[in-house]
Write a protein that binds this ligand. Sequence first.
Ligand SMILES: Cc1cc2nc3c(=O)[nH]c(=O)nc-3n(C[C@H](O)[C@H](O)[C@H](O)COP(=O)(O)OP(=O)(O)OC[C@H]3O[C@@H](n4cnc5c(N)ncnc54)[C@H](O)[C@@H]3O)c2cc1C
Length: 442
Amino acid sequence: MGNQKKHTWRNWSGSQSCNFQGFMAPSTEKEIIDIVERCRESKTPLKFVGSSHSFSHIIADDSSVLLSLESYAGILKIDESARTVRVKAGTSVHDLSRALWAKGWALENLGDIEEQALGGAICTGTHGTGVRYKNLAGFVREFTLVSPDRGRQVLWAEDPEFKSTAVGAFAFGLVTEYVLDIVPKYLLKLDMFPASMSEFESNFKEWVYQNRNAEVFWFPGSESALVKLTNEVQDQNVEIKNKKSEFFANYIENKAFGLLNRLNKSMPFCNGALVKILEKLLPSTTKIDYSYKVYATVREVRFQETEWSLPITALFDVLKEMRAVVGKGNFKTLFPVEFRFVKKDDLHLSPSYGAEDRVYIAAHTYYKDSFYREYFRQLQQIFLRYGGRPHWGKMFFATAADFQGMYPMLDKVCSLRELHDSQGLLPTTTLKECVFGNFKKT
Ligand SMILES: Cc1cc2nc3c(=O)[nH]c(=O)nc-3n(C[C@H](O)[C@H](O)[C@H](O)COP(=O)(O)OP(=O)(O)OC[C@H]3O[C@@H](n4cnc5c(N)ncnc54)[C@H](O)[C@@H]3O)c2cc1C
């Protein structure tokens, strides 16, 4: 690939880093197609990057060149009658939300940050919470893929290959454009309050099924939880009310929480006392704001994360087993375990694939805590026993044997992947070893 300069790359949490053989940020689709074609001809491994907010081994690969869509961003068209937006895949969720809002539109659901590029967010199965809403890939009507062997291809939702490629596209090619469903813009009211884990169990049905979006955070080593319930506000003239919750977000979730984590790191023997302080700080507050502002949170305290999707009916059995790992405070973290709820879908590599709606369970630690591997491994063992699937963008230690049977359509996906990337230029070594090397040719 010519005289590319080495490029040092690190992800958001610092869990992954790499010296790439070169870095390219093309600004036209023609340049993108040329780069992918030149990589195919020269057999140069190629990786794509969005905003580097993934924790897992899906980008870093020393022998590769790195292609970013940071210069290929922006809205191409809002089609009001079809209720869709055509957007370049390098656009951030942040920029898309604001541009849509200015024209009276919004996305129906979002995750809890907005820094991601659409390509990165959609192809890893990024999701928000709300049992009536699918992950972000569920909003895709059409996308344009540039792959080493097939070149440029447009995939519509009705195309038989769409289901195999919309989530997991990073292993097939570079997505350059999406057409996404949009809805008229809406306001949300967030109610946030402390509760106990036994209240979570007894109020589960009401919280999860009678609210638009429900999210529960459980603090390890305690029975304390923080609950967030969000609902649409019908009165468009209602007063925007966000001061108190913004104070909480800025000063408690970030500044005070950062300080507590630094103390916890230097004095782990104080963990029990710090958990008690944290329990006292859990707020009761409400917020009414533009939908995208209610979804997004500011995350200044860096962390490591694993997240697994499980059948929602397994939740309380899983929770019972998790108590031995999380409830006893064996791992001295102050970061909560998070529970979110997502509608099932039919995309072959989506962690939400299948016949049942899903609960997503995420565990976190302060980014400097080295015990995260052991903590996440112990939880992973539980999740695997209950049909869990890891989020593609979060850390996981699952092996090829674990992936066997995890995705019923994996053989079909792998055969199709070969047609897009017969030289295996796109997946990282880890992905080849645990997912895409592991298939029978049909
Ligand atoms: C603080 C924080 C909060 C988060 N909150 C949530 C959340 O609420 N819900 C959730 O589900 N996840 C969440 N995540 C995870 C995050 O949404 C995913 O990891 C997402 O992939 C990150 O997007 P990105 O643009 O940074 O992608 P990257 O991490 O840069 O890339 C992710 C993958 O996508 C590929 N890729 C990127 N662009 C393209 C493209 N155009 N075509 C093909 N492949 C491409 C890359 O090669 C890589 O394999 C969070 C992560 C962090 C750090």
